[in-house]
Design a protein around this ligand. Structure first.
Ligand code: GAL
Length: 346
């Protein structure tokens, strides 16, 4: 029996025995050693700092594993991202990795790939209502719990007034961050320990929309604010500009996510309180390893699954860490994510 067939049979038997989820490269894969597979990477945007890290790490690892990567970025435009997928599919890719701008709109990208028997991996953000092959992400509900939990803890003992800047409504992650935040906020609100004085979504995760929401909050509820709960660093960047203009920077707690360099600088300088460090190297390397396996038609085992409205998608969730002034050195710097000199500007 050929080794690959034996592996598939063994995995099928295993799945029946212990109920794990299996996904195999759906088709069009390149058998080991025949030619260098090409992987398509369709990105929402490269404007936000974190996605540049993701791209560089993904491409480096895929190259190490003997695959080439075609990268395209859609500039947050759904029509363009669907066209990008179409172009990648026509370029003889063997696996498609998508970071969707709009989780619903990109079901079309998955369908286009599947018509050509190309398997699809959703990277960090879920694609909704389609037969997605695999989803790799961080524990996004946990991200929201850590952000809001940080505030609940730091604001203990006072009736705190919080403004909440939610993410982009087109991104399923934004709802998961909110869900995690609600898990921590609701009991404190019920106890009368804190109050959300204003909250709104920030379209496209744009810092200028974060500014608009915080300005609206100040107009509505005044400058008496204890914290701005921002779902990501790109929003805290906008919020802190407003706080600086209002003379409130450093006096109001501000959360974030992504450990962007500018946020880490603001944390050690005192205008931002915390961020969430998502070890992007782990995400990008794991994604590259999985994509190369998919491209080669190898079996992939995912122990968890997530309902995307159409199917239970085999999923992998990676862990995240809280970063503040005290843990900057032991997390972001120790991991080599940013250099000490860059964060402390010396
Ligand atoms: C989310 C992602 C966050 C953040 C945000 C804005 O989907 O999980 O890490 O980067 O997008 O780009």
């Amino acid at each position: 029996m050929k080794p690959r067939i034996a592996l598939v049979l063994l995995s099928l038997v295993l799945s029946l025995l212990i109920g794990i989820t299996l996904r195999r490269g759906a088709g069009g894969p390149v058998p080991d050693g025949q030619r260098r597979p090409i992987i398509g990477l369709s990105m929402d945007t490269l404007e936000v700092e974190r996605w540049q890290h993701d791209r560089d790490l993904f491409v480096a690892r895929a190259n190490e594993l003997g695959a080439d990567v075609l990268v395209v970025s859609a500039n947050s435009d759904d029509t363009r991202q669907v066209r990008d997928c179409e172009a990648l599919v026509n370029n003889k890719i063997s696996a498609l990795v998508i970071i969707p701008h709009d989780g619903a709109a990109m079901a079309k990208g998955v369908a286009l790939a599947h018509e050509a028997h190309i398997p699809v991996l959703a990277y960090d953000r879920l694609i909704l209502n389609c037969d997605l092959d695999l989803y790799l992400t961080f524990d996004n509900v946990k991200v929201g719990e850590l952000q809001a939990g940080y505030l609940v803890d730091k604001l203990k003992g006072k009736h705190a007034r919080i403004v909440r800047l939610l993410g982009s409504k087109t991104d399923n992650n934004a709802f998961l961050f909110k869900q995690g935040q609600d898990n921590m906020l609701n009991p404190a609100i019920a106890r009368g320990d804190l109050e959300i004085v204003h909250e709104d979504w920030c379209d496209g995760w744009r810092p200028e929309n974060a500014k608009k929401v915080l300005n609206a909050a100040i107009t509505k509820a005044g400058r008496n604010i204890d914290a701005v709960l921002c779902s990501a660093d790109i929003l805290s960047a906008g919020a802190i500009q407003v706080l600086l203009e209002e003379g409130l920077a450093g006096k109001v707690l501000v959360t974030g996510q992504d450990a962007d360099l500018s946020s880490c600088q603001r944390i050690v300088e005192g205008t931002q309180s915390m961020t969430i460090y998502k070890p992007l190297k782990h995400l990008a390397y794991t994604a590259a390893e999985l994509a190369v396996k998919m491209a080669r038609g190898q079996v992939i085992v995912a122990k968890e699954e997530l309902d995307n409205g159409r199917a239970k998608v085999p999923s992998i969730f990676l862990k995240v860490l809280v970063v503040d002034k005290d843990t900057m050195d032991s997390t972001v710097i120790a991991d080599g994510f940013h250099k000490r000199e860059a964060i402390y500007r010396k």
